[in-house]
Design a protein around this ligand. Structure first.
Ligand code: CA
Length: 229
C-alpha cells in the first residue's frame, strides 16, 4: 500500500509542487494549508509521514509537532525559512526527524523523506522494523536502544547504535561505506565518508573483546563492512 503523507504548508504554490513530486515518488498525498486544517486531519488519522511548515497561520508547526509527538512516532520533516533558525533547532529538539530550509528543491525533499524512512526502517513491515536481535553474546533491542554484551549493557551513541542495528539485522551482508552513510546518516552530503570508519572503530572498541581482531564487525577489504553473529 502507498504510504500516506501529509503536507502542511500555507504557501499554495509550494504545497502544490511538493505534492506533485511526492505523488510522482509514489506517495498518497494530503495537504493542509493551516494549523487547524492539519489538526482536523491528524485527529482523525495519523498518516505515515508528515511534512510540516514551521510558520503557519493559526496553530504553528511546533505546536502541532509537539501534539503529534505525544501521540505517535510518525516521521516528521520540518520546513523552515532561514530567519527561523532558532525555532528550527527547537523543532528538532522537540521531535522532528529532519528539516529543510526554504528555498529547497522538491527533489531534495523527496530524497530526505526516503532517507528518513530508511533510517527509521519504515520501509519494512512494522514487526520487522523494531525486532530485537539476539546472538550468542550480543543482544540489540531497538525499542529500548539497549545493547548488551554477555549480559552487561554497553553505551552507544545514536549513530553507533543505528549502524550496529542495521548491520546486525542483515548478518553477513556486506554494506559499502556509501550504503552506510545513506542509511545511517540519511545520505547527508556534508558528512565525511571517513565518518563511517571512525564509527566502526569506536563500535569495535565497545563491542569487541579484541578490537584489533574483531569477531563481529568485520571489514570486507575494498568493499565495506559486515556483521558476523
Ligand atoms: Ca509558512
Amino acid at each position: 500500500m502507498d504510504k500516506r503523507i501529509l503536507v502542511v504548508e500555507d504557501e499554495p504554490s509550494l504545497a502544490e509542487v511538493v505534492s506533485l513530486y511526492l505523488k510522482r515518488a509514489g506517495f498518497q498525498v494530503q495537504t493542509a494549508s493551516d494549523g487547524r486544517a492539519a489538526m482536523s486531519i491528524l485527529e482523525k488519522q495519523i498518516p505515515d509521514f508528515v511534512i510540516m511548515d514551521l510558520m503557519l497561520p493559526g496553530i504553528d508547526g511546533i505546536a502541532i509537532t509537539r501534539w503529534l509527538r505525544d501521540r505517535s512516532d510518525v516521521p516528521i520533516i520540518m520546513v523552515t525559512a532561514r530567519r527561523e533558525e532558532v525555532d528550527r533547532i527547537a523543532g528538532l529538539e522537540m521531535g522532528a526527524d529532519d528539516y529543510v530550509v526554504k528555498p529547497f528543491s522538491p527533489q531534495e525533499l523527496v530524497s530526505r523523506v526516503r532517507a528518513v524512512m530508511r533510517r527509521l526502517g519504515r520501509e519494512q513491515p512494522e514487526a520487522e522494523s523494531d525486532r530485537a536481535l539476539s546472538f550468542d553474546s550480543i543482544s540489540i533491542d531497538p525499542r529500548t536502544r539497549l545493547v548488551t554484551i554477555k549480559e552487561s549493557p554497553i553505551e552507544l551513541t545514536v549513530k553507533e547504535f543505528d549502524m550496529l542495528y542495521l548491520l546486525a539485522r542483515h548478518p553477513k551482508q556486506v554494506f559499502t561505506r556509501d550504503q552506510l552513510l545513506e542509511r545511517v546518516w540519511g545520505g547527508a552530503e556534508y558528512i565525511d565518508p571517513g565518518t563511517v570508519t571512525v564509527h566502526v572503530r569506536r563500535l569495535r572498541e565497545k563491542i569487541e573483546s579484541d578490537p584489533s581482531k574483531p569477531n563481529h564487525l568485520l571489514t570486507v577489504w575494498g568493499v565495506g563492512y559486515k556483521f558476523e553473529p
